[in-house]
Design a protein around this ligand. Structure first.
Ligand code: SF4
Length: 375
C-alpha cells in the first residue's frame, strides 16, 4: 500500500497566517511547473516497489483548484500513466471556495476525484477577513452545496479555531453551521502564529491579540463534544468523520506507511528512506528541466528512528498503536520497546497503557509533550 502526494504551490493570494510553501502572483509559471511535475511523476526513477498499487492520490497545496482544468488533467493523467492505481483509490483534491463553481466541480468529478477537501476555515466573515482568506461565508456555503449537488459524497471541511477576536460562541456557531451542511469529514486545527507572516506582524504591532492556550483548549474540547454528539467519530487528534469516511491518504502518514511526493518541497517515505524535493518552485523546475533530480535530501532512518516515529504517529490516532501492525513491522510489541516510558506516561494520566497504548483525554490536550517523549 502506498500513496502519492502532489504539491501545487500556487494560490490566488497569500493568507495572513500562511507559512506553507505557497505563492501568489505566479500565474505565468503554472504551465512550466506542471510540465516539470508531469516529467517527475512519469519518469520517477525512485520507486523500487515493483507493482504495488497506489491506494491514494492527494493533490495538496497551495490551492490545486487554482490551476487551469487542462493542467489538472495533465497531472492526473501522469499519475495514471506512471503508476498502477487501485480501482478503489481515494483521489483527493484540496480546494478553496473562491475557486469552486459548478463547472469546476463537475470537471473534478469527471476527472475521477472522489474526495474534496475545502478550506473553509471559519463561517464568520469578520474572522475570514482577519485570516486574509479570499472567500466569504456565503461563497463557502455555496461551494459546499454545489459540491454535494454535482455528486461529491466525500467532502472534508478544514476549520481553524483560536483566531484573534474569536470567542467560544463564534466557534460554536461555525461548528454548528458546518454540522448542518453535513460534510463527511471535518479537520479542526488551532491557529498557529508563524514568524514572518502578516498575522505575526499585526500581533507584534498590537493590532491583534493572540488567543491564549487555555481558550484554545476550550475550543478544542467544544469541537470534540459537539461533533461527537452529532455522530462524528473522533479518529485522529484533529480529525472527525461520519459514516466511515476516514481520510485514507492521511492514514498513510499516521500509520507511518509509504508515500511518494512530487512537486516543490514534497516529501517521500519509502521503508526506511526519507527524501524531499527543493522547496523553491523556480529551482525545482530548473532542476527537472536539466533532467536532474529535484531532491535535496535523502535520509536513511535507523530502526530506533522508525520505532519512535511509528509510536508518535500512531498515537495521533484515537485508537492508538495497533500491536498487530507494530508486531508485523518490528517483530516486537510497543510495550516491549517502550514499557518504561508508557508506564510513566500512564502514571501521569496521559496514556492508557493497555494492550493498545493510546492517548487519554488529558493526553489529547498535551499530545506534543507525549510525542516528545518518543523522540
Ligand atoms: S489558501 Fe492555504 S496555502 Fe494558500 S495562502 Fe491561504 S493558507 Fe496558504
Amino acid at each position: 500500500m502506498f500513496g502519492l502526494y502532489i504539491h501545487i504551490p500556487f494560490c490566488r493570494r497569500k493568507c495572513s497566517y500562511c507559512d506553507f510553501n505557497s505563492y501568489a502572483g505566479m500565474e505565468d509559471f503554472h504551465v512550466s511547473y506542471v510540465d516539470a511535475l508531469v516529467k517527475e511523476i512519469k519518469f520517477n526513477p525512485s520507486y523500487p516497489g515493483g507493482l504495488r498499487e497506489v491506494i491514494s492520490i492527494y493533490l495538496g497545496g497551495g490551492t490545486p483548484t487554482f490551476l487551469h482544468h487542462s493542467l489538472l488533467e495533465r497531472v492526473l493523467c501522469a499519475c495514471h500513466d506512471g503508476f498502477i492505481l487501485s480501482p478503489e483509490a481515494e483521489i483527493s483534491i484540496e480546494a478553496n471556495p473562491e475557486t469552486l463553481d459548478g463547472e469546476t466541480l463537475r470537471f473534478l468529478k469527471r476527472m475521477g476525484f472522489n474526495r474534496l477537501s475545502i478550506g473553509i476555515q471559519s463561517l464568520n466573515d469578520r474572522l475570514l477577513r482577519i485570516l486574509g482568506r479570499g472567500h466569504t461565508v456565503e461563497e463557502a456555503v455555496e461551494a459546499l452545496l454545489i459540491a454535494r449537488k454535482v455528486g461529491f459524497e466525500n467532502v472534508n471541511v478544514d476549520l481553524i479555531f483560536g483566531i484573534p477576536t474569536e470567542s467560544l460562541g463564534d466557534w460554536m456557531r461555525t461548528l454548528q453551521r458546518v454540522i448542518d451542511l453535513e460534510p463527511t469529514h471535518i479537520s479542526t486545527y488551532p491557529l498557529e502564529i508563524y514568524p514572518g507572516t502578516e498575522m505575526e506582524r499585526r500581533i507584534l504591532r498590537g493590532e491583534l491579540e493572540e488567543v491564549g492556550e487555555d481558550e484554545q483548549a476550550d475550543m478544542y474540547l467544544l469541537a470534540r463534544d459537539l461533533l461527537t454528539l452529532h455522530g462524528f467519530e473522533h479518529y485522529e487528534i484533529s480529525n472527525f468523520t461520519r459514516d466511515g469516511y476516514r481520510c485514507r491518504h492521511n492514514l498513510l502518514y499516521w500509520e507511518n506507511d509509504d508515500y511518494l511526493g512530487f512537486g516543490a518541497g514534497a516529501h517521500s517515505h519509502l521503508g526506511n528512506i526519507r527524501f524531499c524535493n527543493l522547496s523553491d518552485p523556480l529551482q525545482y523546475v530548473g532542476e527537472i528541466k536539466k533532467r536532474r533530480s529535484a531532491r535535496i535530501r535523502r535520509d536513511e532512518l535507523t530502526r530506533e528512528m522508525l520505532l519512535s516515529e511509528t509510536m508518535f504517529l500512531n498515537l495521533r490516532l484515537l485508537e492508538g498503536v495497533d500491536p498487530k501492525r507494530f508486531g508485523e513491522k518490528f517483530g516486537l510489541l510497543p510495550q516491549d520497546v517502550y514499557g518504561e516510558k508508557l508506564r510513566d506516561l500512564a502514571q501521569k494520566g496521559l496514556v492508557n497503557f493497555g494492550e493498545r497504548p493510546k492517548l487519554t483525554e488529558k493526553g489529547l490536550l498535551l499530545a506534543n509533550y507525549v510525542f516528545s517523549e518518543f523522540l
